[in-house]
Structures are given as C-alpha cells and as structure tokens.
Design a protein. Structure first.
Length: 262
C-alpha cells in the first residue's frame, strides 16, 4: 500500500512533480490516451527504431499498454522517459533543430521552450526521476487531477476493506470527484502530501491527512505527521458515500471551509 502521495505543481508550465503515483496510475487515470510514444531514452531496448530521429518509438494502443506494463516492472533498470505524438508522418517532418531540442529535453528533463510541440501534437511528456519521483507535463492539467482522484479512491477502497472477512460485504467507495482536488491548487504550488499511512477510520469516516511538505523531507524519508504543517483532511463518509475537504490553514491564509462533493 502506498504510504503517501507528494505533489508539487507548476501552473506556468503545467508540470507536476510527484512521488507515489506510478506509470500504471497514470495510464489508468488519463482520458487522452497516447496514440504513439517517442522514447527519449536513447539506450532503451524497448520500442522500434525510428530512423529520422534515431530514437525508439511505440506505436498503437496495444503496444503502448504493453510498454506501460513492462516499464512499470523495470523502473530500477530502465529509465522511462517519453513524449507522445499523434502522427508518424509529422514526426518525420521534425527539423534537426527540433530533434536536438527533444534530445536536450530528454537529457536535462526540463524544457527549453514550450514542452508541447506543434508537429507532435503531444499531450504529455513523462519522466521518471530518482528516488521514486516523477515529472510530468500535461497539456490538459485536469488529467493530473483525474489520476490523483482515482489513486485516492483506490487507496480508500483498499483501506476500508483490508480486514474484510469472507462473510462480510465489500465496503463500496464512491469515486472521488476530481473537481474537489482542484480547490487545493494553490497549496499544491507550495508542495503537499496526502499521508495515506496516517489515514484513520473513525465513526464510519475515513480521514486522510493533507500536509504541506518540502521535496527534501519527502526524499529523505524524514516526513512525519506534524500538526503545524497540517492543512486539513480529505474525508470519505461511508454511510452517505460522499467526500468532503476540510481545510484549516493559517500558513497561507486560505479561507477555511468545508466543501462537500457528492
């Protein structure tokens, strides 16, 4: 079970730095599924060679699904970084300058200009980093919120049923509306954690603490539940199958409120 999900959002470039979200979470959460992938790791053994860019590509839905399955198992041995593209013919129209920009992008894992290329019509750029971090560029940032909402929903389903006996019915969990998570955008720009390992079930309510956190504390595994960094709780109410976000934040002068989403 995932201990935490760390998020740092850059709204200028639509980049999200995360820990605790996997390639599988990404694939299962997005709406705009990639048509093709251009692999930015020049040494990867996955994919097929593409002569114009001298990089590997993965073409078609079925091949991409297999790629995600394999890359999820080989994170420690195969650097997973890619950009999606719509049409192979347009890929072959890339100029030497555009190809060099892509190579720089893949090597430095940061963009020189726009991370979204007209000829590629890409919706994503995906990098797996060290220490379990991911950096992902989203053309449509709502894709990220969908991924996070699905991750939290699945965690809650697992948490609520971890001690279920054979004769006990499965506790259902209403899918978390990602619009609720969007209200945390300003906090995500500072860096925050959903602390799954500190989630608690009381009075038929599952409470997941949300805390401000720096990347350093998450990477050093020195992250602890500290009251002074507590932003609030994301709560699932089992009996009425609803979610609420309860914020009490003085650090960033947020307006304290409870927002129910059924």
């Amino acid at each position: 079970m995932t201990a935490l999900v760390y998020i740092h959002l850059d709204t200028i470039s639509n980049t999200v730095l995360t820990k605790g979200l996997t390639a599988r979470d990404f694939q299962q959460g997005i709406v705009h599924q990639p048509k093709n992938l251009l692999l930015l790791n020049p040494t990867t053994e996955l994919g097929e060679h593409e002569s114009h860019t001298a990089l590997k590509i993965v073409r078609g839905t079925e091949a991409i699904q297999q790629f995600f399955q394999i890359s999820g198992r080989t994170r420690q041995t195969n650097e997973n970084k890619w950009i999606d593209f719509s049409d192979l013919n347009m890929l072959k129209e890339l100029t030497p300058l555009e190809i060099s920009e892509l190579l720089y992008f893949g090597h430095m894992k940061t963009h020189l200009h726009s991370p979204f290329f007209y000829k590629l019509q890409n919706n994503f750029v995906y990098f797996e980093l060290e220490s379990g971090l991911n950096r992902t560029y989203y053309r449509y940032i709502d894709e990220f919120y969908r991924i996070l909402a699905l991750k939290i929903t699945r965690f809650s389903l697992e948490k609520l049923n971890e001690r279920r006996t054979f004769f006990r019915k499965t506790q259902p969990v209403e899918k978390l509306n990602y619009e609720l998570l969007k209200t945390l955008k300003e906090a995500m720009k500072e860096g925050l954690v959903f602390s799954f390992e500190d989630a608690s079930l009381k009075n038929n309510e599952l409470q997941i603490p949300i805390l401000f956190a720096e990347e350093r504390t998450v990477l050093e595994r020195s992250f602890k539940l500290k009251q002074e960094y507590l932003l609030g709780y994301l709560t699932f109410h089992c009996e009425v199958q609803s979610w609420t976000l309860d914020l009490d934040d003085e650090l960033f002068d947020f307006h304290s409120k409870t927002m129910p989403f059924l």
